[in-house]
Design a protein around this ligand. Sequence first.
Ligand SMILES: [Zn+2]
Length: 143
Amino acid sequence: MELFGSAAAAAMDETRQWVADAKADGWELEPTYGDSEPIERAVKGRREGFVFMATMRPAIQDDPRPWMKGVKDSMTLNVWGPDGMALSIPRPYSFERLRIATRKCNYCEREDVDVKRVGFAGRVCAACDAEVRKRVEYPGWTN
Ligand SMILES: [Zn+2]
């Protein structure tokens, strides 16, 4: 998920808590961009083949860099399973729910179903596959 502006500001604390809960639950965290951006703003986590990436970027007030003028708060949180496909994100954080999400269709949200990849990292069940694939993998979608 990706949010900007007031929606991002509202979700920022919840995402910080999600990351803190993951850390307490044994995830290894590192700054996504090494020394370039603090871990509080861009963080990557790993546990047992699961990966998440989060950005929590409050707009910097009075940033002297001209290209930063008007840049709004932004927040993203994405999680992938050991199979490399995106997971629907349990809130609040739960590793058990993430495990369950590896067999959950990200489109109809049915659980305990066989899933396969659609698009770049979509997770789709057999019932949704044809309709979703047509919509997501439109001609030239990898360009
Ligand atoms: Zn489905």
